[in-house]
Design a protein around this ligand. Structure first.
Ligand code: ADP
Length: 254
């Protein structure tokens, strides 16, 4: 409606006639604000681990007992890994948004792609003994950009492990339709509150800030998933129940 938008008002006088021209600049303003928010979020996300690194160095300077150094160095390493993941995710996002980056589609065996991802992420399942279950048909080939689609599936499986419970399950399936296929990643984890569902694909949105940091997230994983699905002219959505788990769906046209 007209009252919710932001307008630039131009007034012209042509002899006796006054012409008022309203230029709708809502989207420009929304974009400017999003850009501002993004830069301040990135700065904050990088400053937090840097502050910890500085504190660790200062502690080590004053620490006489070399036996204690190991613990502090481990903390420092974790924060460096956190910054490294964030910068990697930022580079992926920047690439996805640059015009030069195109989608290079090829036929990919989805079962094998999922197996490779499970292998890469096995180390994350050990603490909580989460099982990874690949229910994709071994003969299903999909036409996607393999490198990008692997990032998409990996981000979803990684979340499904991170936000799972002890002895939880992660099940990946795919269903073929006439003109598309639907991939689903289901977990038996903590679930997502209803009011957060429309926000989780936004950059840096986290349901529980402290918990997400603890499990090592950058807050960019799902926005990368959405970008990659949209680059394939597809869409993503989620169904979730608190305490029972979540299922993320990705539909890609053939
Ligand atoms: P993060 O790096 O924090 O995991 P994401 O963009 O991947 O960032 O996800 C955004 C937020 O959505 C997470 O912080 C978490 O709160 C929530 N979330 C994502 N996936 C799941 C899931 N499978 N189960 C429960 N919550 C999830």
């Amino acid at each position: 409606s007209i009252k919710d938008n932001i307008y630039l008002v131009h007034i012209y006088h042509i002899e006796e006639t006054k012409i008022i021209h309203l230029q709708d600049i809502t989207m420009i303003e929304v974009y400017k604000q999003a850009k501002k928010d993004f830069v301040s979020n990135v700065s904050h996300e990088l400053k937090t681990p840097l502050a910890v690194l500085k504190a660790v160095i200062e502690t080590l300077e004053n620490e006489d007992n070399p036996k204690n150094a190991g613990i502090f160095l481990e903390k420092a390493k974790n924060r460096i890994d956190q910054m490294d993941s964030l910068i990697n995710d930022l580079l992926i996002l920047a690439k996805l948004e640059s015009k030069e980056e195109n989608i290079n589609k090829e036929l990919v065996n989805l079962y094998n792609l999922v197996e490779n991802i499970f292998e890469d992420l096995k180390h994350l399942t050990l603490d909580k003994k989460v099982s990874l279950i690949n229910e994709v048909d071994k003969n299903l080939y999909i036409n996607v950009d393999e490198q990008k689609f692997k990032i998409l599936v990996k981000n979803l499986v990684e979340n499904a492990i991170k936000y799972n419970k002890e002895y939880g399950k992660v099940i990946v399936k795919a269903k073929e339709k006439d003109n598309s296929f639907i991939l689903s990643v289901k977990d038996t984890g903590i679930g997502i509150p209803k009011e957060s569902l429309p926000l989780i694909f936004e950059r840096f949105y986290r349901v529980d800030k402290s918990r997400s940091r603890e499990v090592g997230g950058t807050g960019l994983g799902l926005s990368i998933v959405k970008h990659i699905a949209e680059a394939h002219k597809g869409k993503v959505w989620v169904e979730s129940k608190i305490g029972e788990g979540s299922t993320f769906y990705v539909e890609i046209p053939k």
